[in-house]
Design a protein around this ligand. Structure first.
Ligand SMILES: Cc1cc2nc3c(=O)[nH]c(=O)nc-3n(C[C@H](O)[C@H](O)[C@H](O)COP(=O)(O)OP(=O)(O)OC[C@H]3O[C@@H](n4cnc5c(N)ncnc54)[C@H](O)[C@@H]3O)c2cc1C
Length: 410
């Protein structure tokens, strides 16, 4: 967000996020780079980091004030989410994932969960800094079908919920879930009508981690954003009582309340990775000497630096416009949030590549740390829909009568 558009409250929040990143997150990452590679997920990020995040109020964003959360100005909530997500991802994108997934599910619960579920879960979230949430849509078979959507019974969700007396029995598997390994509470999407497409036959359920029949089956070893502890889970004859049903049959349509903010938040985290790449590179090229002068004085280096700075500004400008459209619920919100998400993932990838190249051999040394921006940037090409699927969504939105479905026969 451009400085001139910030309210006093946003300015203060941004400053406390910057201080948190500069004084807590970046020093931790620099001193403990090996911990990202620990094969024991519990050993990666110490609990103190989430405790510090909690102290500055960025863990419970989206939770209504009456439950002790941090409620943001409604007309600029999404823009503020974006601003904070960028700042935290500048420190570590995986840590940002831990927080933003929790905000997203908080927004969903605030808007769609019945009062008794809010009264039960929001206080638990507020009281425990290690309490995280996850949203479980993706399955071992093609998530792109959900994003397009490919709305035919054959492409329906494989995870099924069957109605029984007093509740539902759920069987199935989910994969690639951010916070999947660590979360305490999950929103699970399951098919509840096999005869219709997923937009008409998918329901959502609130599932606590200790539910009988629920198992976290693994922590995925990702290339980047490793502190998110991405996970997989299995549901075996898992009974979920009626009062934990969030939305019956039309859950994918209702999820728009957090899907659009979700795309904005992805683009913002991605921008944060780009800003980190730029800051570190700007510092390096003004200090490192080759050919008798600091790198920035070599014209080829200057050209790359200009390219990085321009891409970052272009991503920021589109992100600002898209966040405002989502906040205003404007008609162009859908197309703009997909554009921001897609554009940032392609452009920041190039920013990260420049960063690694301008560092020479140091660019690929794990202990030097700049390679991390490339690893973190590549993740965004896949999260919340791939680049190609995002492009299809943009064209479908711009040309609804002629663009086609991009899946199945026309
Ligand atoms: C780090 C990470 C975190 C994630 N977090 C979550 C989470 O918290 N919750 C969650 O539910 N999901 C999560 N996901 C899943 C993510 O949304 C999916 O990975 C993504 O949408 C792509 O789906 P897929 O991996 O199944 O690829 P597929 O759908 O199998 O696609 C494979 C390739 O085929 C292309 N393709 C697919 N269909 C078409 C078509 N019709 N036309 C042309 N090309 C096509 C795709 O663009 C892609 O290149 C996460 C993924 C990652 C990598």
């Amino acid at each position: 967000m451009y400085d001139r558009d910030l309210s006093e409250e946003q300015r203060l929040m941004r400053q406390s996020c910057r201080d948190f990143v500069d004084e807590v997150v970046l020093p931790f990452i620099r001193e403990n780079w090996q911990r990202e590679w620990s094969m024991v997920p519990e050993d990666r990020l110490p609990p103190s980091i989430l405790e510090e995040a909690d102290k500055i109020g960025i863990r419970t964003l989206g939770v209504p004030e009456e439950f002790g959360g941090v409620e943001l100005e409604p007309g600029t909530e999404i823009a503020t989410f974006a601003m904070i997500a960028e700042e935290i991802a500048r420190g570590d994108s995986g840590l940002a994932d831990k927080l933003v997934q929790t905000w997203k599910v908080s927004v969903l619960l605030r808007q769609l969960a019945p009062r008794h579920l809010q009264e039960k879960w929001f206080p638990q979230l507020v009281q425990n800094p290690q309490f995280l949430m996850a949203h479980c849509l993706t399955e071992p078979r093609g998530a792109s079908d959900r994003w397009l959507p490919y709305n035919v019974p054959e492409a329906a969700m494989q995870t099924k919920a069957v109605k029984v007396d007093g509740g539902w029995v759920i069987n199935g598997r989910k994969q690639f879930i951010s916070n999947g390994y660590d979360a305490s509470l999950y929103v699970v999407y399951a098919n509840t009508n096999t005869k219709v497409g997923m937009m008409q036959g998918t329901s959502s359920f609130l599932v606590p981690r200790d539910t009988k029949g629920f198992a976290v089956t693994r922590c995925n070893e990702t290339l980047g954003c490793r502190f998110m502890n991405n996970g997989e889970m299995a549901f075996e004859d898992m009974f979920v009582p009626d009062d934990q049903l969030l939305v019956k049959d039309t859950a994918l349509g209702s999820a728009g309340v957090y899907f659009r903010p979700g795309k904005i938040i992805q683009a913002a985290k991605n921008l944060g990775v780009g800003v980190r790449a730029f800051e570190a590179t700007a510092d390096y090229v003004q200090n490192y000497v080759q050919g008798g002068k600091i790198l920035i004085k070599h014209q080829a280096v200057a050209l790359r630096l200009a390219d990085m700075a321009t891409k970052i500004e272009a991503v920021r400008a589109l992100l600002d416009r898209a966040s405002k459209a989502v906040d205003d619920n404007a008609p162009e919100a859908e197309v703009l949030c997909n554009m921001a998400k897609m554009f940032s993932s392609e452009e920041i990838m190039k920013v990260a590549q420049h960063a690694v190249e301008l560092h020479g051999g140091n660019g690929i040394m794990l202990d030097f740390g700049i390679e991390k921006v490339l690893r973190d940037a590549v993740i965004f090409l896949h999260m919340d829909a791939t680049v190609d699927i995002s492009k299809f969504k943009i064209v479908k939105n711009l040309f609804p009568d002629t663009a086609g479905k991009y899946a199945g026969p026309e």
